[in-house]
Design a protein around this ligand. Structure first.
Ligand SMILES: *Cc1c(COP(=O)(O)O)cnc(C)c1O
Length: 223
């Protein structure tokens, strides 16, 4: 089995310049995360607030922190101080809460809007047809910087199945960018995981979120 360091080196050699890798670190040990950082990936993605707080305490400023899980509004208070970007904003209510705590923390919080590109009822994210309206509601918030879109896409096991959803998200991204909405900078498109990042990059992703391919299989399965 390859080591984490070898996995990171391989990934870094494969991924074109301009594409950022977020190491999706849910359930991983601090030592594993530190190995990833030493090997050359400095962006760490976390899904669970409690876990993130604990890991952040030990790893801290060595990394930039991306929140990539479902964010409950009562957890915003813990997330805003330690994260550099929240990738999963999908409602104006959540955004207003983030804005409020960002202001209290004297920071401008970078966010992405999560798009439910597969229109899956059980999944988080805003429906593709509602993205523009949501962005127009969030844009005026003074302590939020809206920097792009994120999507998961349906998971079938065959990464090629994800391509149409990446394409659709990319179209929304370009469409919003071309509107030049004040305080909105369509800079980042976060799509693709271990099995699908190559396809996501082909379709315009410039952030990929990779867990298994860096750390190995997770002991317990999360979606
Ligand atoms: C776990 C996770 C990933 C990475 O998944 P892998 O298949 O392990 O690469 C990416 N994005 C999100 C939101 C995740 O929760």
């Amino acid at each position: 089995m390859e080591t984490i360091t070898e996995n990171v080196k391989l990934l870094l050699s494969e991924v074109p310049e301009g594409v950022e890798i977020v190491a999706a670190a849910k359930t991983r040990k601090v030592e594993e995360i530190l190995e990833v950082i030493d090997a050359g990936i400095s962006k760490i993605g976390e899904n669970y607030v409690q876990e993130a707080v604990a890991v952040h305490e030990l790893v801290g400023e060595k990394a930039q922190w991306h929140f990539i899980g479902h964010l409950q509004s009562n957890k915003v208070v813990h997330v805003v101080p330690i994260f550099d970007m929240i990738e999963t904003v999908d409602s104006a209510k959540l955004a207003r809460k983030i804005d409020k705590y960002a202001k209290l923390n004297n920071k401008i919080m970078s966010i992405l809007i999560e798009v439910n590109s597969g229109r899956e009822p059980q999944k988080n994210g805003v429906m593709p047809e509602d993205v523009e309206q949501l962005i127009r509601e969030i844009a005026p918030l003074s302590h939020i910087k809206l920097l792009g879109l994120m999507t998961m896409g349906p998971f079938t096991g065959d990464p090629e199945d994800a391509r149409p959803y990446f394409v659709e998200t990319r179209k929304i991204f370009s469409h919003i960018r071309d509107m030049n909405i004040p305080n909105v900078e369509m800079k980042f498109l976060s799509m693709g995981m271990s099995n699908s990042y190559k396809i996501a990059i082909e379709e315009g992703a410039n952030i990929i979120r990779v867990g298994t391919k860096i750390f190995g299989e997770r002991m317990c399965k999360f979606e």
